[in-house]
Write a protein that binds this ligand. Sequence first.
Ligand SMILES: [Zn+2]
Length: 257
Amino acid sequence: MPAHPGAATPRVLVIGIDGVRYGLLAELPTPHPGSIAEAGFLAPVEVDGGTPTMSGPCRATILTGVGPAKHGGPTPEAWDECDEQVTAEAVHVLATCEPEASFVHLGAVDETAHFLGCGPDYRRAVLRADERLGRLLAAVRSRKTYASEAWTVIVVTDHGHVDAGGHGGDTVEERTAWVACAGPQFAPGRPGGAIGHPDVAAQVYASLGRPIDPHWTLDGSPFPATEPAGPTPLPAWPRRTPTGYGGLTRGVIGDTP
Ligand SMILES: [Zn+2]
């Protein structure tokens, strides 16, 4: 399938939700990754063995430019507020501006697990992230020019967590990440091969119809084409559609009920 059929303007939205355990998607009512999966796919991603399952330096330090001794370390509530501000700003930009490629990062889920483990607070944080994802998708659908655009949406998590909260080790819970993607290049189904984190950037270029310069020495490749779905990798996928959002239809974020 062409990257952008007809004259539709290609656009890409990548949403990173930090530290969401893959298995939890089947347990919690998270309809927005579900709606993307029904339009495209959702698949586990194994963090490769040479990479520590860490998000990198503490994001508070990244955002503030000072170390924990000065910023004191944020609380989960502070991260939730941070995600809320990020979401509100992203909704505004996605609905009214002309972003060709966007990346939105939601970090509260990961921080909550670090502070409080993978219990009820963690689950609540995942539900909050799902609700924010829904608002981002609704913002895309609300665009005046939406009908003449071809959006690819990728939702990705970077690693899981151990039960007590924390990552960096080699357990299946930490090393199993996931990606969900819907866009004009993907019929609903499952990816015809394994996907790794380095493939996300390559897919962004592919969705925009831009050639990948070999000099960049990208480590990944665009996602493999989907195959008709067999048994879903999520045994008890909650197939419910949130009121007011509608599902995603074949390759695009649709407005069908
Ligand atoms: Zn973390």
